[in-house]
Design a protein around this ligand. Structure first.
Ligand code: BGP
Length: 463
């Protein structure tokens, strides 16, 4: 591409506390939903059983090895790193009277390290975890009381880090509460629809409270929402498939519409009525929802199709996002369909809808990498995937979309959210650890490492 990305474009990678840090009870940290999952990240074992193996207890030991890892990110030329703060490092039980100073001090050290390398932090307040004690006692976001607890946590970290963190996100993939109620929201897996949507409402109000607090406490910061950008195409051009696609896309766009526009869209209030759901929305809630985000961020891994044909219902129901496979696309080993053009499409689509700056905060290819006899990892498939997607980001920018930056998912191998495995790898940096927890945790540059380095150095010109 002879196109050069704008100088202001932020280049980097994205991680989440529970998928990299480990040290799950160090320095006073409390347990979170993600620590209570010995098998299958999205399960619902609320009780942590002593002696159970949870791969995230050590994860990739970023808690101790962050100086080496951040130095490697800097070597690739990162200008930004997306990371999350673990709520339970700051408030171990979610609602403690005082914050845990050791937890606060840990993120000071991370931010020092980023500053040393000139890397701009982009911080997610809540990435797929909530204090286990709130999940156990209150069913997590089902309780309205959690809103003020989250606000206190958000205010605490804004006050502590606001002088040097200028980019924030509220909830990671907030729309996933529709599909996976436990990990991010602390709800029981068999939650009824009424409770689920009430909990979602509480999360949306809490997100708006965080936006308000951020604007008050750090006036020069920008805070965004974060959506799982699961864009759907119609399976055929049948009008019913078109309508089905519109409806299914609105399941996730509802979150963006509320967080950007400040109120529930009518298509949603109609749907609630049809579902027999009555959400408790107070006048105060309505006022708060008007505190809207400064930018929209999203993850993008795949696209899929929506079909109104009952013949496709079984296929759609078999996966979390109710997608029907697109016959024109290849898929990853985990069945995620690879669609670089879809990234250009979703960028244009979201920009047309919201007219706000967009940030791609996750994108990447999970794969089982092999270390060859020379000790090298030749991940050409990953280079191909990322190259093709970034090329389309360049196209979208030329279409006129305001794109703030790109952080690929898992720049260093980490624990997969959906499988709780180490072997689904995304990194430019290999970590020597297997699904059973064996390995030295040694870091190694993959082939994609120097590729990404050259992309950043050339501001996208080599794509
Ligand atoms: C997103 C999550 C991340 C991450 C990624 C890849 O949905 O925000 O936490 O893990 O997906 O998914 P997986 O790890 O399941 O491959």
């Amino acid at each position: 591409m002879s196109f050069r990305f704008p100088d202001s474009f932020l280049w980097g990678g994205a991680v989440a506390a529970n998928q990299v840090e480990g040290s799950h009870v160090s320095d006073g940290k409390g347990l979170s939903t993600s620590d209570a999952q010995p098998i299958g990240a999205f399960g619902h074992p609320v009780e942590r059983v002593e002696g159970d193996f949870n791969i995230k207890d050590v994860a990739i030991d970023f808690y101790n090895r962050y100086p080496e890892d951040i130095a490697l990110f800097a070597e690739m030329g990162f200008t930004t790193l997306r990371l999350s703060i673990a709520w339970t490092r700051i408030f171990p039980n979610g609602n403690d009277a005082e914050p845990n100073e050791a937890g606060l001090a840990y993120y000071d050290k991370i931010l020092d390290e980023l500053e040393k390398h000139g890397i701009t932090p982009l911080v997610t307040l809540s990435h797929y975890e909530m204090p286990l004690s709130l999940a156990n006692k209150l069913n997590g976001w089902a309780s309205r009381d959690v809103i003020s607890m989250f606000e206190k946590y958000a205010r605490t970290v804004f006050e502590r880090y606001g002088h040097r963190v200028k980019y924030w996100l509220t909830f990671n993939e907030i729309n996933v509460t529709i599909h996976q109620p436990f990990t991010g929201a602390g709800l029981p897996v068999d939650v009824d629809e009424q409770t689920r949507y009430q909990a979602i409402h509480h999360q949306l109000v809490a997100s708006a409270k965080a936006v308000k607090a951020c604007h008050e406490l750090i006036p020069d910061a920008k805070i965004g929402n974060m959506l799982l950008g699961a864009i759907l195409y119609p399976f055929t051009c049948h009008p019913n498939d078109m309508m089905k696609t519109l409806e299914q896309n609105r399941e996730w766009l509802m979150f963006g519409d509320i967080q950007v526009r400040g109120y529930y869209p009518t298509y949603m209030t109609r749907k609630f009525k049809e579902m027999g759901i009555a959400i408790d929305i107070t006048e105060d809630d309505k006022e708060l929802l008007k505190e809207t985000v400064d930018f929209v961020s999203f993850s993008y891994y795949m696209s899929g199709c929506a079909s109104a044909d009952p013949a496709n219902a079984e296929e759609a129901n078999a996966n979390m996002l109710n997608m029907v496979a697109n016959p024109h696309l290849e898929a990853s080993e985990w069945g995620w369909q690879i669609d670089p053009v879809g990234l250009r499409y979703i960028l244009n689509f979201l920009y047309d809808r919201y007219q706000l700056p967009l940030f791609i905060v996750e994108n990447g290819l999970g794969a089982k990498d092999v270390v060859n006899e020379q000790g090298e990892i030749e991940d050409d498939y990953r280079i191909q995937y990322l190259n093709d997607h970034l090329y389309q980001v360049g196209e979208a920018i030329q279409d006129g979309v305001d794109v703030m930056g790109y952080t690929s998912w898992g720049p260093i191998d980490l624990i997969s959210a959906s499988t709780a495995q180490m072997s689904k790898r995304y990194g430019y940096i290999y970590v020597d650890r297997d699904d059973e927890g064996n390995g030295t945790l040694e870091r190694k540059r993959k082939k994609s490492f120097s590729w990404y380095q050259s992309v950043i150095a050339s501001k996208g010109e080599v794509l």
